[in-house]
Design a protein around this ligand. Sequence first.
Ligand SMILES: Nc1nc2[nH]cc(C(=O)O)c2c(=O)[nH]1
Ligand code: SF4
Ligand SMILES: [Mg+2]
Length: 247
Amino acid sequence: MDQEQEREMERELRAEVNPADAGELRLPMVEIFETVEGEGTRAGFPTVFVRLFGCNLRCTWCDTTYSYPPAEADNFMTIREITQQVMTYRSTHLCLTGGEPLLYGGRSMALIRNLAELPHLVDLHIETNGAIDLKPFMEGVQSSKVRYVMDYKLPDSGEGGKMNTGNLALLRKQDELKFVIGSERDFQAALRILKENPTEALPLFSPVWETMPPRRLVELMLEHGLSQVKLNMQMHKIIWDPAMRGV
Ligand SMILES: Nc1nc2[nH]cc(C(=O)O)c2c(=O)[nH]1
Ligand code: SF4
Ligand SMILES: [Mg+2]
């Protein structure tokens, strides 16, 4: 994104978004594709993925480094173009991801509202990184189809200090709270966060592919009697090459 594009984005962000014009707002894109959801409560359902460009974090174990600089956005799409492409697929689940899909304030919100209005969609879940305040989105989007899947970054990610802990109290029972666990230190941190911050969301523990053998994570969960926590494996990394994009 060059400086002129960044300035234009800033102007759009500050501008009041008139719902009638929302279709013309532009967002930087990585990709739109259809596959099965690999994670969370909807794992296994055919799902359309809308991946926006840009992220405000730089996690050490990030598997989507092509979604932020120095990589470049593939293109810019208007909200109308995004919804039109989504309508070409038959999946009734949609995952809005990135990068960080809530990075663009009013424009992210307008996209969510427009997607939620598509009659064929039954579930629209948003993968957010825990460093964005969810309050304006929860207040501004009324649709019961919309759910948040929030990451809570742990010490091994290098980004633990950026978490918005207040979000945990906002999450509802249809939302998911994902901890990506790279080590026993991360596991202990996740336990502490859950203990100190009551939430209605479903906690998911996900092993870092390269550093936490899934069987070790299961042992730890059983040792600690975590009967309300769900193991979350990334099915797409088992089905396809873990480095593959668009699956
Ligand atoms: N199949 C599949 N499921 C996913 N769930 C969350 C993903 C993401 O990158 O946010 C993802 C992804 O990239 N692929
Ligand atoms: S928040 Fe997600 S996309 Fe951003 S650096 Fe971390 S893992 Fe990568
Ligand atoms: Mg992914």
